[in-house]
Design a protein around this ligand. Structure first.
Ligand code: NAI
Ligand code: MG
Length: 367
């Protein structure tokens, strides 16, 4: 069996707190499922700045390029707010994404039954929801040239350019179809082909790539309608495939279908490496949560679910990923909640480490 190399970057704020719980889970898989990980740990964000004066050391970057998967906690915090833009904690994360060329951002919106009441939508609309948004992450309007604020006559004009090459669309589309093959075999591509040429090209290329995946059903939707459908009847979707800007908005919208920020994982994938595994960075969606740092209040589930995604997409352990997700479902079904998961009716929260222990107990009970 090949070794599974994993680089852990806990980062700042609650990052190290939630990562400590993931460590318990990783150890459990090593001891009970024969899944051995070659784990290394390093600094990112403010923690790296404090040690090296940069938010990501070159050695860390080089290591990230070699490993099967990088698992990151969170970066940033008030202590670093006044730093120069070039060394801000976020720059460490941006450098990782850029240099690893992670073009496919996967954001699941999965509703755990025990938390269905937590959604802002009616329970029957979200119960059992399991969709995945694939957002193109390295191109589009956030990167297109020309960009800037220019003088034009006697006023200023702000310009950004939506720009996609065929190859950029194609590689991300392939990820979307590969993903659909492992899931419900449906891709809904969202753009604005009615008013944007980049959308016309997006639709054309996606339709062409679909021919290589005859088992997958492809549909197209204008992104504004997509937003409406997402809150009206989200269960109609399996994989939603969309660009950087629409994906930014639609993924945040989908996230809130399922409740708390403390529950949301993500993956960013790039091209396959020599061993066939994609370049990969896994991280919770939430930030460093300075308001609760050091108080044992952080919900570690988003980070644990990010590790579950790593099991599935980097380590080819889909069944073990499902085991971990079901363990979390079981913990929630027992009524165990960190503070962020307590609704209006209140209750007694458990701590970050108690939640980690409960997940390990549920894993043990799954055997
Ligand atoms: P945030 O996600 O850190 O926190 C927003 C709210 O959600 C806070 O009230 C926080 O306590 C709560 N929260 C977040 N994660 C939680 C968890 N796991 N368990 C329980 N409650 C949780 O976003 P905010 O406050 O806008 O940013 C704080 C810092 O984090 C800033 O420095 C920001 O730049 C950075 N940030 C970093 C990100 C990353 O590393 N990917 C993403 C977003 C923000
Ligand atoms: Mg966003």
């Amino acid at each position: 069996m090949s070794t599974n190399t994993l680089l852990i970057l806990p980062g700042d704020g609650i990052g190290p707190e939630v990562m400590a719980e993931v460590r318990k889970v990783i150890n459990w898989f090593g001891e009970n499922r024969g899944l051995k990980f070659d784990v290394s740990e390093d600094l990112v964000g403010g923690a790296a700045y404090d040690a090296h004066g940069v938010p990501l050391h070159d050695d860390t970057m080089a290591r990230a390029q070699e490993v099967d998967a990088v698992l990151l906690g969170a970066v940033g915090g008030p202590k670093y707010d006044d730093l120069d833009f070039s060394v801000k904690p976020e720059r460490g994360l941006l450098r990782l994404r850029k240099e690893m060329d992670l073009y496919s951002n996967l954001r699941p919106a999965q509703c755990f039954d025990a938390l269905a009441d937590f959604s802002s939508l009616k329970k029957d609309i979200v119960a059992g929801l399991d969709i995945m948004i694939l957002r193109e992450l390295t191109s589009g309007v956030y990167f297109g040239e020309p960009r800037g604020i220019f003088e034009e006559g006697n006023e200023r004009v702000g310009i950004n350019t939506q720009r996609y090459t065929e190859s950029e669309i194609e590689r991300a589309a392939r990820s979307a179809f590969e993903l659909a093959m492992r899931r419900g075999k449906k891709v809904c591509s969202m753009e604005k082909a009615n008013v944007m040429e980049s959308g016309i090209l997006w639709r054309e290329v996606t339709t062409r790539v679909a021919k290589d995946y005859p088992e997958v059903e492809l549909s197209h939707m204008y992104a504004d309608n997509g937003a409406m459908q997402l809150v009206r009847a989200p269960k109609q979707f399996d994989v939603i495939f969309t660009d950087n800007l629409f994906g930014d908005i639609l993924s945040d919208c989908a996230a809130m279908l399922t409740g708390s920020l403390g529950m949301l994982p993500s993956a960013s994938l790039g091209a396959p490496m020599a061993n066939g595994r994609p370049k990969a960075l896994y991280e919770p969606v939430h930030g460093s949560a300075p308001d609760i740092t050091g108080q044992g209040k952080a919900n570690p589930i988003a980070c644990v679910l990010s590790f579950a995604m790593a099991l599935r997409y980097s380590f080819d352990q889909g069944d073990e990923a499902t085991r971990l997700e079901q363990a979390i479902e079981a913990v929630l079904a027992k009524g165990l909640r960190t503070g962020d998961l307590l609704g209006a009716e209140g209750g007694t929260p458990i701590s970050t480490s108690e939640m980690g222990d409960a997940i390990v107990t549920a894993l043990q009970e799954s055997l």
